[in-house]
Design a protein around this ligand. Structure first.
Ligand code: FES
Length: 85
């Protein structure tokens, strides 16, 4: 199923890029241009990234630090990001 009709990018292609390390819509755009024309697919890409459980490297590091007892607010995270970590 196409996620980005402008560039013919499929859901599977986005997932593969995400597994390869692209964990934001901007990184997906760099990898395959999806989201760089009309932009109507960016929310779908965001949803795929969120649903697929592709963690942002920074949040993985914070999660590790929190598990070790660090305060997430000291690391500049707001409540939503800390909750997501
Ligand atoms: S549908 Fe993806 S940029 Fe238009």
């Amino acid at each position: 199923m196409y996620v980005c009709n402008c560039f013919g990018v499929t859901e599977d292609q986005v997932k593969r890029h995400a597994e390869g390390g692209a964990c934001t819509p901007r990184q997906i755009a760099s990898a395959c241009k999806a989201g760089t024309d009309c932009g109507s697919c960016v929310r779908r890409i965001q949803a795929l990234l969120g649903r697929g459980g592709y963690p942002r490297p920074a949040l993985v590091a914070v999660e590790r630090d929190v598990e070790q007892g660090a305060d997430p607010e000291e690391q500049g995270l707001d409540q939503d990001e800390a909750a997501a970590a």
